[in-house]
Design a binder for this molecule. Structure first.
Ligand code: SF4
Ligand code: SF4
Length: 302
């Protein structure tokens, strides 16, 4: 029995956009990137956080009264948290009668994660599905991830890793043999632009993609279409040139950006793209066609 615990923030069952068949997607907390268009801001931090659902709140003020940090106050009939002084102790969560305050992030062992995954085995078997590890960036918890992948392998459960590929190549190399399919996010090829919009260089990401190619692993490239940022003429040209030079790419998943401003507000994080609109269906069709012209198998994902 391993004593490595992971920190996860969601388990999504019956997922149909996270790899082949019907899948159970486990979301691991923590990410070294800070993409402006992140759809899961609750996965960015690698520690537990509190989220507030204002529509459930009945303004009883119990949370305000129990908070020893004085981190909560009421403004315009809503509870406002000062995230700088909140220690995520969870007292407001325990006392809230309506579950308006909730903790994001649950510690779980690899063995208990497998028990959760096993509940859906029948769906994997009838649909050629399996489990997908997403986040956040699952590689950030590589020890927990490796243990859980090994347990999946023992049970012949197909695994997919939804990853930015951002981690040290030694870590990446030791882990990839335990995983079946890589859902590999490519964002921006120009490194300066990559740093600007994600906070990190893409050098490790490109290097790790090369490693997957050399090892002949199954790869699906995921590309998020963000107007004016990732869908520029230059970036599309560079991404398409790069992926069409690889032989082992099984397909491209295009992910149109959508705004999740409410999530950002509930967790108290700044959304840099709150005014950006999703790409139009014409934009999506045009980009799909550009990939297809290089004989790439393209799917528009959710
Ligand atoms: S989690 Fe603790 S510190 Fe943070 S607001 Fe709630 S009671 Fe206060
Ligand atoms: S304890 Fe819950 S219901 Fe009461 S004010 Fe706080 S968040 Fe709202």
């Amino acid at each position: 029995m391993s004593n490595i615990n992971g920190l996860i923030f969601d388990i999504k069952r019956f997922a149909v956009h996270d790899g082949p068949g019907i899948r159970t997607t486990i979301f691991l907390k923590g990410c070294p990137l800070s993409c402006w268009w992140c759809h899961n801001p609750e996965g960015l931090s690698n520690s537990q956080e509190i989220i507030y659902y204002d529509y459930k709140c009945m303004n009883c003020d119990k949370c305000i009264n129990i908070c020893q940090q004085n981190a909560l106050e009421e403004k315009n009939n809503k509870i406002v948290r000062n995230h700088k002084i909140c220690t995520s102790c969870g007292n407001c969560v325990e006392i809230c009668p309506t579950a308006s305050q909730q903790i994001i992030g649950q510690k779980i062992s690899a063995e208990n994660t497998i028990k959760e995954i096993e509940k859906d085995r029948i769906f994997f078997e009838t649909s050629n599905g399996g489990v997908t590890f997403s986040g956040g960036e699952p590689l950030m918890q590589h020890e927990f991830l490796k243990e859980t992948l090994k347990l999946c392998k023992k049970r012949s459960i197909h695994t997919a890793l939804d990853t930015s590929g951002f981690c040290h190549s030694d870590v990446f190399n030791t882990l990839i043999k335990f995983n079946d399919l890589f859902l590999y996010d490519l964002k921006i090829i120009d490194d300066q632009q990559h740093k600007k919009y994600t906070g990190v260089s893409n050098k490790k990401i490109i290097k790790n993609l090369d490693i997957l190619q050399e090892k002949e692993k199954d790869i699906i490239i995921r590309f998020t279409i963000v107007k004016g940022i990732t869908d520029t003429k230059e970036n599309l040209r560079d991404i398409i040139n790069l992926v069409s030079s690889f032989e082992k790419i099984k397909g491209i998943d295009l992910l149109p950006f959508h705004n999740v401003n409410e999530k950002y507000q509930r967790i108290g994080k700044q959304n840099k793209l709150k005014d950006i609109k999703p790409p139009s269906s014409n934009d999506i069709k045009r980009i799909k066609k550009q990939f297809e012209q290089k004989d790439l198998n393209v799917r528009i994902s959710g």
